[in-house]
Each structure stands twice: as C-alpha cells, then as structure tokens.
Write a protein that binds this ligand. Structure first.
Ligand code: 1WB
Ligand code: MN
Length: 339
C-alpha cells in the first residue's frame, strides 16, 4: 500500500538528550508514584522497559527514518514523549520546552518531507507557555501542540490554564492530549498488575481529562478549540451515548454546569482521534461510523509500538480508497496544517 496513499503517522514519540537526562534523574527517585513507574519504563535499564530500546528509538533519527522507509511511512508527526516537561518546575519546564521546540524545528528543517511536529507546551507557567505556543507556530512553523494530560494533578478545565487554550484557538492549531500516568487521586488501584501503563491507566487518565473539559463547558468558552486524543479516542466515543444521557441528568439536578451543547455535540465539533496503539479493525470501523471518517487519523505510537503491524493493520482495513487516504494522511494534512 506504500506509495498509494500518503502515510502520516500522527502520534510519534521523540526526545532530546537534555530532556532524557533530566527524566533519567527523576527515574532514580525513591517511591512508586505512578509517573515514576512511567519514566523508569523508558529511562531505567535496571527495571521496567528501559532495556527495550525505547530510548534509542526516541533519540535516533537515522534509525527512525530507516524504519519508516522499510514499511513505507512517509511522515512522522513528532512530539516530545510523555510526560513532556510536565514533571519539572516551571522554569525548567519552560526552558526545556523552548529547547526541544527549537530542536524539533531543526529536525523538520533537515527532513521537511519526512517530519512535522507538535510543540511542547509548558503548562506550569501559562503566560510563558502561551507565548511559547505563539513562537512555535509563527516562528518555528510547527503544526500544533502536545500536552501530556494533567499537570500537578490539575486538568485543562481549570481556568488557570485557559491562556493556553486561548492561544491554541487563536493560532488555529489543535492540542493533542497524550497520556501520562494517572493523577494521584486516581492512580491507587491502577498501580497493580501493570495497569498504571498503556494497558489501562493511560487511557483512563486521558479519557477523564476529555470528559472533564466537555462537562465543565470549556468548549462554550473556546468553541473553535480542537482537541486530538489518541489510542482510538481513549474509548470516550464508545461511551458517548451514556456520557451524554447522564450529563444531561446531572445538569438537571445541578451536579454539572449548564452547557450550550450536549456532550455528543462537543465531541463531534471539538475532537478528532487517532488510532495509535489500537490495531483493531472493529474499533476503527465503529469510530469511523460514530464520528465520521474526517475525524480519524492513523498513528503508530513509535517507538512504543512496532511499525510493521501498524501499517499491516491499516493496509488491510476495508475502506474505499478515498476514505483510506483521509485516515492515512489527508485528515492529518488538514487538522495539523501539514503541507
Ligand atoms: C509506553 C507508551 C510508555 C507510551 C510511554 O512512556 C509512553 C509503553 C513514555 O507502552 O510502555 C505512549 O506514548 O503510548
Ligand atoms: Mn504515545
């Protein structure tokens, strides 16, 4: 199928040595906070997945291009891997976001047909974060933004972060909400059996984030804001009927704020999803039928998922060519302004 469609993988993890070094330090802290489990998984060769080669995959551009070439992947939409800069203090986060956005722009400049990129948002200092978002689009020509879910256990429905949402809306670029470990209040029962991870916890974390934003009425304030969520929409749209029904009930008894639109309407208007890490044709079929073929984008989740099965999955999907072209790359061109 390579060559027939433009293939743009939309949730592709990347890093720079300076950020990796800071996260490696954090990975050696004592305790078993859920985020420590996540960073140990990548940076600690003694435990977890640190020996699975993820770090090389994140840092090594040649290896990445070789794997893309081998399986006919035209482009990776790159973003600094989870948890981004969100475990650092505000100054470090802002500095490292600026540095990694500069580096991202350099990689793209060196390989303009192979890479596009989502800028790292440093949410800890929203005013500086919003300024960096503006620079990332207007000066660095990046394609949108990545946030790794909660920051210090707070979510984007919190008005303290609305400078960031205002910036994204004004710049007409989406915010991709990628997982990190579940926030402290939610993570307890997720820590056993490996469930804190991509197995379950990451999806619960981002799904909760998305539903919080809709139920809080964030999209009445920012009607043009576009949010992208991966892992087949973190299953939110599979629950959409019930979320919508029960939110309307919660509104009637004043347990949820009144909103201009229903939850289903917000999901349809303000969200798009990617397939990252869910190579299940039935789930894709449901997604396309539920939210429309214009709102679903293909992704690999490199280097956490292997490329070959992600490509084989999409090649085998039964869809008219015009629709497959949209999922494989056309929607990403539109949503992320990829030329
Ligand atoms: C994994 C996946 C680990 C992701 C991550 O840590 C991230 C994993 C930064 O599968 O172990 C991801 O981005 O999906
Ligand atoms: Mn990912």
């Amino acid at each position: 199928m390579a060559g027939k469609f433009r293939t743009i993988a939309t949730e592709e993890a990347w890093s720079i040595p300076e950020v990796a070094k800071e996260l490696q330090k954090i990975s050696r802290y004592p305790g078993n906070n859920a985020d420590l489990l996540l960073v140990r998984g990548v940076y600690d060769g003694e435990t977890g997945y640190g020996n699975m080669g993820f770090l090389d995959g994140l840092l090594d551009t040649d290896r990445r291009l070789k794997e893309m070439d081998e399986f006919g992947v035209d482009m990776h939409l790159l973003a600094l891997t989870a948890p981004g800069v969100q475990m650092f203090d505000a100054d470090t986060a802002t500095e490292l976001a600026i540095l990694s956005n500069d580096r991202l722009a350099e990689v793209i400049k060196a390989h303009p047909t192979r890479f596009a990129g989502l800028a790292t948002m440093p949410p800890q200092s929203p005013k500086r974060g919003a300024k960096e978002m503006e620079r990332a689009i207007n000066t660095l020509k990046l394609n949108g933004f990545m946030i790794n879910s909660h920051t210090n256990n707070e979510y984007l429905d919190n008005p303290k972060y609305w400078d960031l949402l205002e910036a994204a809306e004004a710049l007409d670029r989406p915010i991709y909400i990628h997982p990190r470990a579940a926030s402290d209040g939610m993570s307890g029962p997720l820590r056993d059996y490996g469930m804190d991870s991509a197995m379950w916890g990451y999806g619960v974390e981002v799904g909760t984030h998305a539903v919080r934003m809709m139920a809080a009425g964030v999209f009445d304030r920012f009607p043009k804001l576009k949010i992208v969520i991966g892992h087949m929409g973190e299953a939110v749209h599979f629950w959409l009927w019930r979320i919508t029904f029960m939110n309307s009930r919660a509104q009637k008894i004043d347990r949820a704020p009144k909103t201009e639109l229903t939850m289903a309407d917000y999901f349809q208007r303000n969200f798009a999803i990617t397939t990252s890490g869910v190579e299940d044709p039935l789930a894709l079929d449901y997604s396309i039928r539920k939210i429309g073929v214009d709102n679903v984008m293909w992704a690999i989740d490199y280097p956490y998922q292997p490329t070959r099965p992600a490509v084989d999955f999409m090649n085998a999907v039964q869809l008219p060519d015009a629709d497959k072209a949209k999922v494989y790359g056309g929607n990403a061109e539109r949503i992320f302004h990829i030329g």
